[in-house]
Design a protein around this ligand. Structure first.
Ligand code: NAD
Length: 485
């Protein structure tokens, strides 16, 4: 690693690192060992004031630049992220505990994709001309102003870019508050954007817990809030934003269904279930954690799944051979352990896993429960860890009703070789993102977001532009204007 895990300072404001040690210390813990690898300080009210003032001051000039110029900077930043992929991946692994095998292909890489994609779109953002007889009108696509991004801890680089890239492409300024559990990666995103030529003040990072997020969301000078987090936090942030009638994007939790029909390719279905439950140690919002398996193939599925799980390489996340790492924190590990206990108490059959590994850090075994019923806690609540619940089903109608019987609606998947069934099922899912014979793909070209309690708005794709810009209509009269008196 070419740089230490301790950042130069806690915050990145107005193009420079800024420290204020009077803020509450936040210890950054490497999940693989439990060692403290950095300390940052939560933003004080003075830091919050400084970041809001400087971001607002910088935004107008940025919005006035041609889109091509804004986009060029973002695309340069994308190239720099790719060139530094190794170091950024090592940092991501230390921030989150996710194996380098994952971070080296998934995190800075998808952040770079977002910067490149929205960098490319920046020059295409236009309004339209509307002819009205002799008169006419036109629309201008304008920035919202100052956007606040608040991140979860599972994909700190990706979330910082997924929010920052479209915000900047549209001419906004962004203040990003990472999760207090993973405060390091977003600082590197800010550094790279500024090295790529982003003017000072436009992409800022401030640290802190919910209190700092709350201070940003409720400030009247903030125009938009984009949160990635849990439903309870979403409710609070949405309500606070509503006070100021602010724009919002909410990327929240899920308990997504994955349907495996008896005509599915079993090996692919097992791969989908593994990707949708154990990638990033199961800490993925869109995971298909309710795996509904057609009764006839249940035992064959469980046998093959257990065999494949034995091939998981659990260990030092920095070893490129490691394919399964620790939970992000001791707290998250304990939450997941309590769900495993509940699963056993409520009568689910523990097929494999269930235990903490006898080593330092916060390692849990990949865990599979079978004979899970719809009313069990592990089938209803988001666990956010490596715990798969396998449920049986008989018919398509029955499983569709059960799959949709949840307050969440982030994602859903189906494995089948029946073409018409695949599309019928996808149409029937109450979810924002669906997968046919695949799971958890999230390319930047495709809109991503939730239905029901899982969220509002969409990230990625052209649709994200709608959530970081607004239209102004301008009416133009060509002749004299008559009035009644
Ligand atoms: P969390 O809700 O505890 O925290 C998310 C962020 O909100 C953190 O930065 C936190 O400091 C901040 N926050 C907390 N209270 C706040 C308040 N009152 N005002 C403003 N900010 C506040 O979530 P987490 O534990 O960090 O992440 C896990 C959750 O995130 C899971 O539910 C997961 O499904 C969800 N998630 C969703 C997506 C998605 O795209 N839909 C992606 C990743 C994670």
């Amino acid at each position: 690693m070419n740089y230490p895990t301790q950042p130069k300072a806690s915050h990145f404001i107005n193009g420079a690192y800024v420290e204020d040690t009077s803020g509450t210390p936040i210890k950054v813990i490497y999940p693989a060992t439990g060692a403290v690898i950095a300390t940052v300080h939560a933003a004080t009210p003075a830091i919050v004031e400084q970041v809001i003032t400087s971001a607002r001051a910088a935004q107008r000039a940025w919005a006035a630049l041609p889109g091509t110029e804004r986009g060029r900077i973002l695309r340069r930043a994308a190239d720099m992220m790719r060139a530094r992929n190794h170091d950024l991946s090592v940092l991501e692994t230390h921030d989150t505990g996710k194996p380098y095998q994952e971070t080296s292909v998934a995190d800075a890489a998808s952040g770079a994709d977002a910067l490149e994609y929205f960098g490319g779109l920046a020059a295409t953002l236009t309004g339209e001309h509307i002819q009205l007889g002799e008169d006419w009108a036109y629309t201008r696509r304008e920035a919202l102003g100052l956007c606040v991004g608040i991140g979860a801890w599972n994909y700190p680089t990706q979330i910082a870019c997924w929010k920052g890239a479209p915000a900047l492409a549209c001419g906004n300024a962004m203040i990003f508050k990472p999760s207090e559990t993973t405060p390091l990666c977003a600082l590197k995103v800010a550094e790279i954007l500024h090295e790529a030529g982003l003017p000072a003040g436009l992409y800022n990072v401030v640290q802190g817990m919910g209190e700092v997020g709350g201070a940003l969301v409720s400030d009247p000078r903030v125009d938009k809030v984009s949160l990635t987090g849990s439903v309870p936090t979403g409710r609070k942030v949405y309500a606070a934003a509503a006070e100021g009638i602010k724009h919002v994007t909410m990327e929240l939790g899920g308990k997504s269904p994955l349907l495996i029909f008896d005509d599915a390719d079993l090996e692919n279905a097992v791969s989908g279930a593994i990707l949708g439950n154990f990638y990033s140690s199961g800490q993925v919002c869109s995971n298909g954690t309710r795996v509904f398996v057609h009764k006839g193939i249940k035992e064959a599925f469980l046998t093959r799944l257990s065999e494949r799980l034995e091939q998981a390489v659990i260990g030092d996340p920095m070893d490129p051979a490691t394919s399964f790492g620790p939970m992000v924190s001791e707290r998250q590990m304990e939450i997941v352990q309590s769900y495993i206990t509940k699963g056993i108490e409520e009568g689910a059959r523990l097929v494999t896993g269930g235990a903490r590994l006898d080593r330092g850090g916060f390692f849990l075994q990949p865990t599979v429960f079978a004979d899970v019923t719809d009313d069990m806690t592990i089938a209803r609540e988001e666990i956010f860890g490596p715990v798969m619940a396998v449920l049986d089903f008989d018919s398509e109608d029955e499983v569709m009703a059960r799959a949709n019987a949840t307050e969440f609606g982030l994602a859903a998947g189906v494995f089948t070789s029946d073409l018409t069934r695949a599309h019928r099922v996808a149409a029937g899912f109450e979810a924002g993102t669906c997968f046919i014979n695949s799971y958890n793909d999230a390319p930047v070209e495709v809109p991503f977001g939730g239905a029901k309690l899982s969220g509002v708005g969409r990230e990625n794709a052209k649709q994200a532009i709608e959530h970081y810009s607004q239209l102004k209509s301008v009416y133009v009269r060509m002749g004299d204007l008559e009035a009644p008196f």
